[in-house]
Ligand binder design. Structure first.
Ligand SMILES: *[C@@H]1O[C@H](CO)[C@@H](O)[C@H](O)[C@H]1NC(C)=O
Ligand SMILES: *[C@@H]1O[C@H](CO)[C@@H](O)[C@H](O)[C@H]1NC(C)=O
Ligand SMILES: *[C@@H]1O[C@H](CO)[C@@H](O)[C@H](O)[C@H]1NC(C)=O
Ligand SMILES: *[C@@H]1O[C@H](CO)[C@@H](O)[C@H](O)[C@H]1NC(C)=O
Ligand SMILES: *[C@@H]1O[C@H](CO)[C@@H](O)[C@H](O)[C@H]1NC(C)=O
Ligand SMILES: *[C@@H]1O[C@H](CO)[C@@H](O)[C@H](O)[C@H]1NC(C)=O
Ligand SMILES: *[C@@H]1O[C@H](CO)[C@@H](O)[C@H](O)[C@H]1NC(C)=O
Length: 422
């Protein structure tokens, strides 16, 4: 068998006609291109139509053109049934049979590899016509497996230096996939750094491509969506793979809820501890700079509730401290209480109207009071009330009226006016 392996290609060479004698008969079907997938089987077709009478086929020979141009023998079939193949397990004639027609030289390649791709020459040696040559191009493809994943980000040794934030991988593809990165938020125009690597699988010859996306880690980088685009011959549309960048940073804390309008006796006001952090804080602590929280304050998660604002919290600095695995963050807020608003709490509009109202009201009040005064003074007329009163008192009243009436009545007017304006 080993001898045959050596002899048969030789035989093929001997049977091959001199240069220029080769012919490509129009009766042959000649597919120029065949596509196969790595790991699967493909048949390289090569056959003749009906053989003209008197023409005999003596041998089929397949050759594979190497990248540098030389021809490597692949398989040979001799009319008496002997056949030789470079890799018998993977390459065999599918139709050729001893004693048969010997018109079909089709060769099946199994468990396809990247290196199987290229141009094949099928030589059909006939007698007496010479060798018929049919060329076939085999295109080998491998669908890559693509994925993207965020990378654990560590703060760079040198601040401001880009570090890997996401990895995109296209495994076992052929030809090698093309990878590119895109930031979903294009408002931030920044240059992206990437590191690409290619690795060839030893047996199949497929190529795995990986690309690392590098960014300067910061709070603004955290949560950014990035897309890895994979372009490949086996894909009708490019594969768009999304990942969300996760950049850890210590908590950034802010206390909200205080509008500088708090006053003693106010009810149901709250402070909120707003925290931005990655990862989530493990501890959130409310405190004051004096070291204790006032009794009127109730901690409810990230909120500090004041059911009733007490005078004692005036000029108290509240702190919210948040701790995560990256560090701590704190915010300090000093509460200064205002004087309580007058009862009924006039609104801004009411306050604006008040002076006008006061003016108008006092005028009306004075008018009413003046009227009242007149009637009152008249009511004191001794001629009208004498019968019901003690004559002695009337005497005195008359005197009083004469001497002090004006003063008394004026005082009354003033009092009424004051009462009305209040
Ligand atoms: C011989 O070839 C012809 C034409 O290709 C086909 O019709 C016929 O069945 C073949 N005979 C055998 C025995 O294979
Ligand atoms: C490929 O060929 C091998 C043997 O050469 C065979 O065992 C296998 O079933 C074939 N696979 C397909 C998908 O035809
Ligand atoms: C980003 O900026 C560079 C130069 O600063 C510019 O050439 C490029 O067009 C910009 N890209 C986008 C998407 O704005
Ligand atoms: C404060 O929190 C309590 C309970 O969560 C809520 O009922 C109340 O409306 C809040 N007050 C303000 C001013 O947000
Ligand atoms: C509040 O702060 C004081 C000192 O500043 C500390 O001793 C105390 O433990 C803190 N309270 C809480 C609840 O952490
Ligand atoms: C708040 O207290 C500090 C001392 O703790 C004092 O220096 C400051 O004047 C006070 N401010 C007000 C508005 O009372
Ligand atoms: C809050 O006060 C503490 C001291 O009590 C100080 O160390 C810290 O820097 C202050 N933080 C802010 C944000 O002002």
């Amino acid at each position: 068998m080993a001898l045959a392996a050596l002899l048969l290609p030789l035989l093929g060479l001997l049977l091959r006609p001199r240069p220029g004698a080769g012919m490509e008969t129009p009766s042959m079907q000649k597919p120029s291109e065949v596509t196969g997938h790595v790991g699967q089987n493909v048949t390289l077709p090569c056959w003749l139509g009906a053989l003209e009478p008197g023409i005999h086929v003596s041998q089929f020979t397949w050759e594979h053109q190497q990248p540098e141009g030389s021809l490597q023998p692949v398989a040979t079939f001799h009319y008496d049934g002997r056949s030789v193949s470079r890799e018998p397990r993977r390459m065999r004639f599918v139709a050729a049979k001893a004693g048969g027609n010997l018109t079909d030289a089709s060769l099946m390649l199994s468990d396809l590899r990247v290196e199987d791709g290229g141009i094949y020459k099928c030589n059909i040696a006939t007698f007496p016509r010479g060798t018929i040559v049919i060329k076939t191009q085999l295109l080998v493809l491998a669908s890559p497996q693509n994925r993207v994943e965020p990378r654990q980000v560590w703060p760079p040794l040198t601040p401001g230096e880009p570090v890997p934030v996401a990895l995109c991988a296209s495994k076992r593809g052929w030809p090698p996939a093309k990878l590119s990165w895109h930031l979903d938020d294009s408002a931030l125009n920044e240059t992206i750094k990437e590191i690409q690597e290619q690795k060839q699988e030893p047996l199949s010859g497929t190529v795995s491509v990986t690309s690392l996306l590098l960014m300067v880690p910061s709070r603004s980088t955290d949560g950014r969506r990035v897309t890895c685009r994979v372009d490949h011959d086996t894909l009708a549309e490019p594969d768009l793979l999304h990942a969300t960048v996760s950049v850890p940073y210590p908590p950034e804390v802010f206390i909200s809820g205080y509008n500088e309008d708090w006053y003693p006796g106010q009810t149901n006001v709250n402070l909120s501890c707003d925290i931005y952090s990655n990862p989530e804080p493990v501890t959130v602590v409310w405190n004051t700079t004096t070291g204790t929280l006032p009794r009127s304050a109730e901690v409810q998660g990230r909120q500090l509730l004041f059911h009733n604002v007490e005078e004692s919290i005036h000029n108290t600095t509240f702190t919210c401290l948040a701790i995560n695995t990256m560090g701590t963050g704190q915010w300090n807020l000093t509460i200064l209480l205002k004087a309580p608003p007058p009862a009924g709490e006039p609104s801004a509009r009411q306050r604006a109207i008040l002076p006008i109202c006061l003016g108008v009201c006092s005028v009306i009040a004075i008018a009413i009071a003046a009227l009242f005064h007149l009637r009152r003074c008249r009511a004191r007329d001794p001629t009208q009330s004498r019968s019901s009163r003690n004559p002695d008192r009337i005497e005195r009243m008359e005197q009083l009226n004469e001497s002090e009436e004006g003063a008394i009545c004026l005082t009354q007017v003033k009092n009424t006016a004051e009462e009305d304006t209040r």
